[in-house]
Design a protein around this ligand. Structure first.
Ligand SMILES: [Zn+2]
Length: 104
């Protein structure tokens, strides 16, 4: 008895077509140049951190009134500490909001 083994192999799908994932390279060639972060208060010595200046402090809080971390703004540790205290003082004086619920 000769058993006929019929292997009906369909053509294997082309492996190269499965590569739909676009892996983002670390440094794409056409990426825009981001400006180097720097501490604004070190660069401009005349600029003082004052809790009575909500306009200045508002640049260092998010739209939900959270304090932005130094790694985002580039502020140095020394000035970030002053900034944090100033923002907290300004909140107590109601010059800045604690939460969006406080904003009228
Ligand atoms: Zn600084």
């Amino acid at each position: 008895m000769s058993e006929e083994v019929k292997e009906t192999k369909t053509a294997a799908p082309a492996a190269s077509e499965n590569q739909e994932r676009e892996r983002r390279p670390r440094r794409p060639a056409g990426r825009f140049q981001r400006r180097r972060k720097f501490c604004k208060f070190c660069a401009d010595k005349s600029l003082t951190i004052d809790h009575k200046d909500p306009e200045l402090l508002s640049h260092y809080i998010t739209e939900r009134f959270k304090i932005l971390p130094a790694r985002v703004t580039g502020t140095c540790a020394f000035h970030q500490r002053q900034l944090t205290s100033a923002i907290k003082r300004a909140r107590v004086l109601a010059l800045l909001a604690f939460t969006p619920l406080h904003k009228d």
